[in-house]
Design a protein around this ligand. Structure first.
Ligand code: GTP
Ligand code: K
Ligand code: MG
Length: 437
């Protein structure tokens, strides 16, 4: 049996005890599945109350609601049946087992419903990615970004750019045809050139915003750094509200980096505890320090810790590094010099203010991403290659070379939504030719 004609089923709601569980079925046998288990095919798209019966034993499995979505008006574009049953483990496994006994039905692989939706043109690649992001979203800002991707997003924009590019390509292809008649050829390139220049500008503008879109997906990174024993791990535990990291009076306690995921005002922030920085001959500690340094270099923000009781001046905060003075419970002062956060990981003093400023920082850091369309490295790589090819096309002297670069660029743009192959691009070019000639 070819892969596409199999009927797949799976629990669509989460595992574990719940009031209601949803089991989804997709494929050509979906209507038979409904008739076999529920005894009838309900009116399309209307929740219908039924008793479900195991076809083999005629035993009642459960009672619940069923929904029937005939193709193509379904999530996957295929015939789909949904069973809303009681969420108990026995009800769910009873239904899944009964489905497994129906010929032509098998359990779905991870992501297979979405993949079928992509294959039947219900979702483009960007929408499929956004759907995965939406399911994984932890914070409100991530949810908003994923929802934007679901309603078109970068896929539609790239497809529209590709259409413009194909128009420019048709001029260049015509230029090749008219290459014997110098003047006509020049005129054609003059019509293609401004389209390409504008595309380069537009794509670059989007790429500039792009980084923050990826950051929102992955979370901003805040690294805790400073000398040993200043209370970095104690601070992390206080912020996390649990004992994530080992705390002790021994300098050099932390070796492995530990991270905590925070939701600061709706924005995702990953806070990472690192090894205290000092001169050492211990090779393991040296490795821990090398890793900590690397992490700090790539961080969006470093919180530099010092000890209120130690002499020496704590550094002043800068854009990428905030100075935190810990253990103010010992020195008994909450005086905040400019650009320094006095806190106590022990009593919690000063931590609310620091977290609230971090929330404001996250909001500013993520502000451009609220309109960012580039949410994944894949999008950025395709757009980057597309723009590189466009630039080479502008520099190329021969029309044949220009045409080749434009073709490359169009393919990269088409890869974003995943709907393109070369035939498609060629088809577009030929239709342009008919119009133009
Ligand atoms: N009084 C007081 N003691 C603290 C505070 N924060 C941490 N300590 C103590 O300071 C010592 C070191 O704390 P850690 O959290 O392990 O310090 P660290 O910076 O992670 O140390 P390393 O991992 O070794 O670099 C422990 O004995 C803590 O109990 C604080 O705010 N007040
Ligand atoms: K320590
Ligand atoms: Mg530590």
């Amino acid at each position: 049996m070819p892969e596409s004609s199999s009927t797949i089923y799976a629990l669509a709601s989460g595992t574990g005890l719940a009031g209601i569980a949803v089991v989804r079925v997709s494929g050509p046998r979906s209507s038979d599945v409904l008739i076999t288990l529920a005894g009838k095919l309900p009116v399309p798209r209307r929740a219908t109350f039924v008793v479900l019966r195991d076809p083999a034993s005629s035993e009642d499995l459960d009672q619940g609601l069923v929904l029937w979505f005939p193709a193509p008006g379904s999530f996957t574009g295929e015939d789909v049946a949904e069973f809303h049953i009681h969420g108990g483990r026995a009800s769910v496994s009873g239904l899944l087992q009964a489905l497994g006994k129906i010929e032509g039905c098998r359990i779905a692989e991870p992501g297979e419903f979405s993949r079928r939706a992509f294959e039947s043109g219900k979702l483009d690649l960007v929408e499929a990615e956004a759907l995965a992001d939406l399911i994984a979203a932890d914070t409100a800002a991530q949810r908003r970004q994923a929802l934007r991707g679901l309603s078109a997003g970068i896929g539609l924009v790239a497809d529209a750019w590709r259409a413009d590019l194909i128009r420019a390509m048709s001029f260049v292809e015509a230029e090749i045809d008219f290459s014997d008649e110098g003047d006509v050829g020049d005129g054609l390139w003059r019509r293609a050139e401004p389209i390409i220049v504008r595309l380069i500008d537009d794509i670059e503008a989007l790429l500039t915003k792009g980084r923050s879109g990826e950051r929102l997906r992955e979370g901003a990174v805040v690294v805790l750094s400073g000398p040993p024993n200043v209370g970095k791990s104690s601070f992390l535990n206080r912020v996390a509200g649990r004992d994530v990291a080992i705390v002790s009076a021994y300098a050099g306690t932390t070796r492995d980096m530990l991270e905590v995921h925070l939701d600061l005002g709706g924005y995702p922030v990953t806070m990472i505890d690192t090894a205290g920085i000092r001169e050492t001959n211990d090779p393991i500690e040296q490795e821990a320090l090398a890793r900590a340094r690397k992490r700090s270099e790539n961080a969006d923000l470093v919180l530099w810790f010092s000890d209120a009781g130690e002499s020496g001046i704590s550094p002043t905060s800068s854009d990428r590094m905030w100075s935190v003075v810990n253990k103010i419970d010992l020195s008994g002062s909450l005086d905040s010099e400019d650009g320094v956060y006095p806190v106590s990981a022990k009593t919690g003093a000063g931590i609310d203010r620091l977290l609230s400023d971090l929330g404001e920082w996250a909001k500013t850091a993520f502000a451009p991403s609220e309109s960012a369309l580039v949410t994944r490295e894949r999008h950025r790589l395709c757009l980057g290659s597309a723009v590189d090819a466009l630039r080479r096309a502008l520099l190329a002297k021969e029309p044949e070379l220009r045409a080749e670069e434009l073709r490359l660029s169009a393919r990269e743009l088409g890869r974003i939504s995943g709907r393109v192959d070369v035939e498609d691009v060629l088809g577009g070019i030929f239709s342009e030719f008919c119009v133009g000639k």
